[in-house]
Ligand binder design. Sequence first.
Ligand code: ARG
Length: 462
Amino acid sequence: MNENNSAKLWGGRFSESTDAFVEAFTASIMFDKRLYKHDIAGSKAHAAMLEKVGLLTEKEKQAIHQGLDDIQIEIEQGEFAWSVALEDVHMNIEARLTQRIGDTGKKLHTGRSRNDQVATDIRLWLREQVDAIQAELQRLQRGLVELAEREADTILPGFTHLQVAQPISFGHHMLAWYEMLVRDVERLQDCRKRINIMPLGAAALAGTTYPIDRAYTAELLGFERPADNSLDAVSDRDFAIEFTAVAAIIMTHLSRFSEELVLWASAQFGFVDLPDRFCTGSSIMPQKKNPDVPELVRGKTGRVNGHLIALLTLMKSQPLAYNKDNQEDKEPLFDTVDTLLGSLRAFADMMPHVQVNAKLMRAAAMRGFSTATDLADYLVGKHIPFRDAHEIVGKAVGYGVEVGKDLSEMSLDELKVFSTRIEQDVFEVLTLEGSVAARNHLGGTAPEQVKQQVIQARKKLL
Ligand code: ARG
């Protein structure tokens, strides 16, 4: 064996040492050391299984477990010397184990490969992250429900095409955001099922000649079951792609919330006031209070979308089984999790403290003829066909634009010009309150419905 490769755990067949640049270029330790805890957990379970089937003695297993526990402490106290020459987290820890406990450490890798080891580590790590993400999603959902309850009776214009459409309850709007997150939680839970499958035992690609007990290892690690095909087990990164797709959808939702908050916080809308501690100022314009948090979250959506494309492209056309390409799965995945968790945390912290300016929302709803549909519906109630009613109201709106009056601000005489069927009772439907209260069915914007939905949401969130 070449002297310089003697430290490498795979150095046996090599006659010249690795090029210094190639060594650094192929190493993953700079980023995969993040998996240390899951690598150690996987190794401990593997060692326990090896003992169960008689491949390690009780004493050897004990020594390995103790050694790994000590290494974990070293790492957590910042005393572990990570080595680029040892390439990745797996070989760094294994080499240190042998250094600490002697030759017994060399038995740990019996019946396994880094190929099934790394796939196991990422799955263990991602499973934990998924649970943390779900907790943050639900914290944000609780904040939205709280705000929905507080502002169920607050009316703002609902928009289509960003043009004033119909008045809605602010609580209803918050519950629309909440619903997006309901689907996100479902998607996350579904994707977790496919993360929670154990590759260990696949070894390099074909399985192993030892009488291993994969069900036992899976049970120790809390996996649902061992993977059914060893080739697939070491090569599959669908779970990472799928998770990142779920993350991209969540970020897309957050970007939509962000966009609305940025608009609403502007002087032109003035619908909401974001807490100062979630905003920053300008170094030149003293009056500025910028909605940085939603802007940044909106921007970060791009990174996660990029990671999804990166992972899809990484897997495209890969032949079975493991290929070094897959080492490139980690950075996009890590950054996806960090970006998503950070964005969710910012939103979950911020939303319950958003202040709503009911007066300005009302004024905006009054300006845009938002009760025009209500007037048309009223005329239908007076036996005018909807198409004709639509035409009549269109004319009334045209008049309103001309004289600068909302429908509710016109006198009965003014309204009667457009249809003699209009009576005094029209004003009940032309008010904003009348308009929202009338949409009183499942899924409608009536405050009464919003309050019902709040109760339902609270039950689900328990
Ligand atoms: N660092 C590698 C990765 O992240 C570990 C597996 C390497 N396996 C191999 N045969 N080179 O994928």
